[in-house]
Ligand binder design. Structure first.
Ligand SMILES: *Cc1c(COP(=O)(O)O)cnc(C)c1O
Length: 440
């Protein structure tokens, strides 16, 4: 289909080309029961990932003492942000009934972003398979055995490669180097200097590109193809990464139980997830759907300059179209979301389970970054604010709320959960620059 046919058929595409902030609620969403067969992954797959992370917990607690308090689980805090909730309602002249929570994956241990879920999980899965295959461990062992010389010698002969805009490279680089792998991160032009410097300090090879994420991934893939001992972590297509993210669902459920927060027909949950290639938000949304069923409503959030997932899902073209094909430049301050072509795997697996998609301007992310700092004293990177206008967009959309058939009483019982995906490790001087760009 050529460009004008595409726009004729999907007027939303013209709005994306015009860099207009949009909000699209997909009329084709279905129940979890109907959608599950299309995902291609199951509840058992997520349980298996969860069990694998528990096997690694003793290793992680020792390798990264900051995880010891949580028994070696890589998990983040869930906090209420009532002052931000009032400030948002006031600024947008839009009441937000219910409560507003923040999931602080921004402050996950080891690498300070949501990638500490999927990225680290995939490296652990690979390491476990190699060590099992070599007869160096069994599932019943205490995985601190991986510190011993035989295991390290095995891993040191193996290479790992990945393409990244920054945070995935950080997660994979740090855990791979810790286990003893020879690891190379192919970094796109968006990647921040401090992330590259941090990786080099950990002994990671960093290859830099002047082009965007798609090129960094492609070059990483090529370099790995010619090397049989190299394992390429494919952010665009990996079900392993996806499952690592999905474990977040049962973890949030346990946190809700502890906080006494209910999710059911009378207590809906809305979750707002920043989206780049789609693996992180897709995996988390899958885990949340398994944990809360049809009472959780997930929305993806993207920069107006990188609206790849909404473009792919809305047109049904998925990874057959990139934002650049329409002249959209994929240049954004939200480096974690600077992706021009979505994961086809995630788009197809999850399209029936994601209620809606929104886009927002870079300056709005920066302004919200400042507002969160002033109201709650929490500092995030720009990407992590993408979901923050979500509650405003949902509460203002009468047609969507009518479709959900939620009464005012039920809406007053809603929980809005904004997923903060990164920022915990941003150096103070970088954070000061972001804050200086925020309008009061
Ligand atoms: C990677 C990333 C995302 C989105 O994850 P994808 O898997 O690329 O969709 C969101 N926020 C931050 C900070 C990230 O680094």
């Amino acid at each position: 289909m050529n460009r004008s046919d595409l726009i004729g058929r999907y007027p939303l595409v013209q709005q994306l080309i015009d860099l207009e902030p949009i909000c699209w609620f997909n009329p084709a969403v279905t129940s979890l029961t109907e959608a599950l067969p299309h995902v291609g992954l199951t509840r058992e797959d997520v349980a298996d990932a969860s069990a694998r992370l528990r096997r690694f917990a003793p290793y992680l607690a020792e390798a990264f003492p900051e995880t010891a308090g949580a028994g070696g689980l890589i998990e983040s805090e869930l906090v209420a942000i009532p002052r931000m909730q009032s400030a948002l309602a006031q600024q947008f002249s839009q009441p937000i009934p219910g409560r507003l929570l923040l999931k602080k994956d921004s402050h996950l241990p080891i690498s300070g972003s949501i990638k500490a879920r999927g990225g680290i999980y995939e490296v652990l899965t690979h390491a476990e398979a190699l060590a099992l295959d070599a007869g160096l461990i069994t599932h019943q062992d205490d995985y601190r055995i991986l510190f011993n010389e035989n295991c390290r010698a095995l891993f040191s002969q193996r290479r790992i490669a990945v393409g990244s805009t920054g945070n995935l490279g950080m997660s994979i680089g740090i855990i791979s180097a810790k286990l003893g792998f020879d690891v190379t991160v192919h970094m796109s032009a968006d990647a921040r200097e401090w992330k590259k410097a941090k990786l080099r300090a950990h002994g990671v090879n960093v290859v830099e590109y002047d082009q965007d994420y798609g090129v960094a991934v492609e070059e990483g893939r090529k370099a790995a193809e010619s090397d049989p001992h190299c394992f390429f972590i494919d952010d665009e297509n990996s079900s392993t990464l996806f499952l690592g993210y999905a474990v977040a669902g049962e973890r949030v459920k346990a946190q809700f139980d502890q906080m006494g927060i209910r999710v059911d027909a009378k207590h809906p949950l809305f979750v707002y997830l920043p989206c780049g290639v789609g693996g992180g938000p897709g995996g988390v949304a899958f885990g949340l759907k398994l944990a809360f069923g049809d009472h959780v409503h997930c929305l993806f959030a993207e920069p107006t300059h990188s609206p790849c997932m909404v473009l792919g899902v809305h047109t049904g073209l998925h990874d057959a179209i990139a934002v650049q094909d329409l002249g959209i430049d994929n240049l954004t301050a939200a480096d974690g979301l600077a992706v021009g072509r979505p994961s086809g795997f995630v788009g197809r697996a999850m399209e029936r389970l994601i209620d809606g998609y929104l886009t927002l301007e870079d300056q709005q992310m920066i302004d919200l970054l400042g507002l969160l700092d002033r109201t709650e004293g929490i500092q995030l990177e720009p990407s992590a604010l993408a979901g923050m206008p979500g509650p405003i967009r949902v509460c203002a959309d009468r047609r969507y709320l009518e479709r959900l058939a939620l009464s005012p009483d039920t809406l007053a019982n809603a929980t809005h959960l904004v997923w903060a995906t990164g920022g915990g490790m941003v150096p103070a001087e970088e954070m000061a620059k972001y804050l200086a760009q925020a309008n009061a």
